[in-house]
Design a protein around this ligand. Sequence first.
Ligand SMILES: Cc1ncc(COP(=O)(O)O)c(C=O)c1O
Length: 367
Amino acid sequence: MFNDDARKKNVKTPTIVQEVWHDGEFIRWDDARVHVMSHVLHYGSSVFEGIRCYKTSRGPAVFRLREHMQRFLNSAKIYRMSHPWKLDELCDAVTGLVARSGLQQCYLRPIMFRSLDEEHPAFGVNPFPNPMACYIGAWDWGKYLGDEAIEQGVDVCVSSWNRLTPNSMPAMAKAGANYMNSQLIKMEALTNGYAEGIALDDRGYVSEGSGENIFLVHGGKVITPPLSSAILPGITRDSVIEICRALEIPIVESGLQRASLYVADELFFTGTAAEVTPIRSVDRIPVGEARRGPITERIQKLFFEITSGEREAPGDWLTFVGEQKAAAAGSDRNGHNAAQSAEARRGPTQTPEPSAAREAIHVTLTE
Ligand SMILES: Cc1ncc(COP(=O)(O)O)c(C=O)c1O
């Protein structure tokens, strides 16, 4: 009934961190399970985050950790989720998990959801009787849209599916249920031979990809749709706006007509998973010269220099895992603290050499 070819894309099994943070403890990956009658499985009641930790000369560093965790808490607040977890505790959980993993780089997935109280089960849509659960898992994820995409760019389409409307499903919240819309966009694109789909908002203005924000370059100016175009307030998007300011490239937030995609000089996606990925065609119409454009390349270069710790960021963007107190705190069920477990796995830790290549960029933060 369905063409299966597209299914085989994006299925390379990543290296999975064998522990999951759950409620202040590190549990085994295999023990991180839920009941099939949990509220979240039936009614989509989850919020989550996607965070990258990069390899740097000062050890693994989590990119914009506090901003991701603040968005996580905001998403939970929008959905009236009452829970005990605080910003600092969640940030410490992430650095603790990375330290224990022994990995130099990984992708982190915090998720909070409405589960099931097995002694007093509740099955209705009303979510209030269902207890909250919170977990953080991690795995080593490569380039989301493919290794070549970062240089060559991707071929995309405009989706026949619209993004969410602000007064039905708030795109501002990173909620699991929103990704049913993203899945429709993604499946349609893959089935038709594209790497990704760009959705329009309910008024017909450009919104975003299924899991990325979008930027357009025209006449030397960078333009990105505003929050009112039903976008997720992307943290990479915010970083790219700051990077443009640092590079003194004019940047504006503005509504974009679909047709502007076809006549853009350059287009690119941003996202934690996609990072900064050029778009080389839309609906088979070449973008500019059908390859990564010069402004995209400058922004991408600085982005990767910042995430790799080679250049100083315009803000406090990197949390160096080995330099956090929490990375050494927290214990597992055997009473081993994070530092002990990580050291046992890795052998004694090396003190990284401060990189001579770390060179500050002079940032202009004026509009
Ligand atoms: C729908 C959607 N838009 C945009 C983004 C980019 O957001 P961020 O840069 O915070 O990862 C994502 C990824 O999380 C997403 O899923």
